[in-house]
Write a protein that binds this ligand. Sequence first.
Ligand code: ASN
Ligand code: ZN
Ligand code: CA
Length: 344
Amino acid sequence: DAIETATGDGRSLYGGTVPLQTTGSGSTYQLKDATRGNTYTGDAANKTDLCVVGICVNRAPATVFTDADNHWGTGTASDRASAAVDAQYGTDQTWDYYKDVHGRNGIAGDGKGSYNRVHYGAAYNNAFWDDSCFCMTYGDGDGATFGPLVSLDVAGHEMSHGVTSKTAALTYSGESGGLNEATSDIFGTLVEFHAGNAQDPGDYLIGEKIVRSGFGRDALRYMDKPSKDGNSADCWSGSVADLDVHYSSGVANHFAFLLAEGSGARTVNGVGYNSPTCDGSTVAGIGRDKLGAIWYRALTVHMTSSTNYAGARTATLNAAKDLYGAGSTEYDAVAAAWSAVGVR
Ligand code: ASN
Ligand code: ZN
Ligand code: CA
């Protein structure tokens, strides 16, 4: 039979019933999307890669999911397909965000899709992008601290590591590492907003769908006030470079919130925020779309692998100048938001 693209649907864990473009006809369909570069999702069968001193062999499988009627999953973790629905949907939404908003055709910009492995390992509490396979891997979580790590913001975060790798290639340590992590939090969040899913609406929290009561907080990270996680930096200082990259990212996440929304208290999509500034200034936001445009241009045109916080200020100012002009409100807002997080 000829390979055909079909429109099916899936019951996801976190996003309700979602549309899926699949491949097949009759009574056999694959969870593989020819409209998005043949992006597909496979089952890692709870195996892990066998890694010896950093060299990994015998990769866990990525056996593509199949279905008889093109209605995938049950929306509960009791069947293996439901997490696959979320992963495929997250990849679709990330693809669409970069294409619709930035005109970028896939993670590498070459039209090629990536693939997902779900059910990696046993009670695996993480998800990660891997440049070498051009693929995403998702754990199921241990059920106490994390559930399956397949939410929209996590998918957008992880695949944005692939975009960073293909563009600025920010080195994953020190200040450039914090900027690398913040880039993933910023675009993961913008993916979540762009998807407009009623069950998983956009917010400035990272990982709110995957945390369980044992984690002790309602999200992994908070962009309005990153220090709410107990570890992240709200404000730049000479010591942020010594923090783990998931905490030094706080300065840029805080900048991004201030640039999009502004300082002080507000409610967005029903969630309350209160973003302080480090210098007592008041910052007016210019909106999420302009944040995304400025950060994307900075990442893809002006940043390099060694860009630090001072360099990120310059790169985003140059991006704002390119897009809106040197005397623009947007240019001034970028300057004000960086100053408000201590990057002058
Ligand atoms: N989930 C983590 C992240 O994307 C994996 C890592 O530590 N790189 O940040
Ligand atoms: Zn990351
Ligand atoms: Ca979120």
